[in-house]
Ligand binder design. Structure first.
Ligand code: PAF
Length: 281
């Protein structure tokens, strides 16, 4: 596995791979790798000749009161895991390397953003699409892999490549869960032992909502109320949102039908957890 920190070098390597007829699968991450990231690499490995992973904690997608400095980092462990998973090229740029100059042009996400996490994190997805635009240009991937735990990110990145005619296929990968149902996330390290025990209730509340829909309930308020009630009964964490929206447009609906996402976010003492189920009815 090659480890690269310069934009020039990663772009040269990607161009060389392309010139020799190799397809490129790209896995963008912010590091502190876990099984969710490794599932992305596994799929990228199966579908491409060359797998590039980036590890870059992108400052411009964190708000002033968010956890940029606190974001968990472990470069040495990440390198080992990436190598074992079969990554060919690991791109680990510094902040200065990625954002050398003051940017004169910025991007703004105008749809799919002011619901779910985007509602509470203004400009977060602007920062995500800006860094991904740079990373896609540098790594020239055929396919890029995104976990569905961040379904809003997947929906917005799909719109980015569609709106700006990027020739990269955005591949969704299912959420990896612990046996308890808890979605695997870098932020799970912030859970106390007691919170970790209770946290699977987040996924179970969504399963309950899905069950109501499968049983024929179509009133969105009734469904989201049932999820909220379940969360209140099983957790003391603050509920940020419970929403049932069209997917991938993320528009509000009053009747549950078509492609939908049932999503929730909860705030524990130091960890904010999100989860969702994407379904069709
Ligand atoms: O999902 C993430 O880890 C980040 O938002 C991404 C896609 C690597 C962009 O910084």
């Amino acid at each position: 596995m090659k480890i690269i920190s310069s934009k020039h070098d990663i772009n040269q390597l990607a161009k060389q791979s392309k010139a020799s007829g190799k397809s490129i699968g790209f896995v963008p991450t912010m590091g502190f790798l876990h099984e969710g990231h490794l599932a992305l690499v596994k799929e990228a490995r199966q579908e491409n000749d060359c797998v590039i992973m980036s590890i870059f904690v992108n400052p411009i997608q964190f708000g002033p009161s968010e956890d940029y400095d606190m974001y968990p980092r472990d470069a040495e462990r990440d390198k080992k895991l990436a190598k074992e998973a079969g990554v060919d090229i690991l791109f680990m740029p510094s902040v200065d390397e990625m954002y050398k100059k003051k940017q004169s042009v910025k991007m703004m996400v105008t749809e799919r953003t002011n619901r779910l996490c985007g509602a509470k994190r203004p400009m977060h997805f602007d920062g995500v699409v800006m860094v991904l635009t740079k990373l896609f240009h540098l790594t020239i991937p055929d396919r890029a892999y995104f976990g569905l735990k961040d379904a809003q990110q997947f929906a917005i990145v799909s719109a980015l490549v569609d709106d700006f005619d990027f020739s990269v296929e955005i591949v969704p990968v299912n959420t990896v869960r612990e046996p308890s149902g808890l979605a695997i996330s870098s932020r799970n390290v912030y859970l106390t032992a007691e919170e970790r025990q209770k946290a699977p209730a987040l996924y179970h509340s969504l399963l309950l909502g899905k069950k109501r829909i499968a049983e024929g309930e179509t009133d969105v308020t009734v469904i989201t109320d049932a999820v909220n009630d379940y969360l209140h009964q099983h957790l003391t964490a603050k509920i940020d949102y419970v929403e049932l929206l069209s997917f991938p447009e993320l528009e509000t609906i009053s009747v549950a039908s078509g492609n939908m996402i049932l999503a929730a976010a909860i705030q524990f003492s130091a960890a904010r957890l999100i989860d969702n189920i994407i379904m069709e009815s």
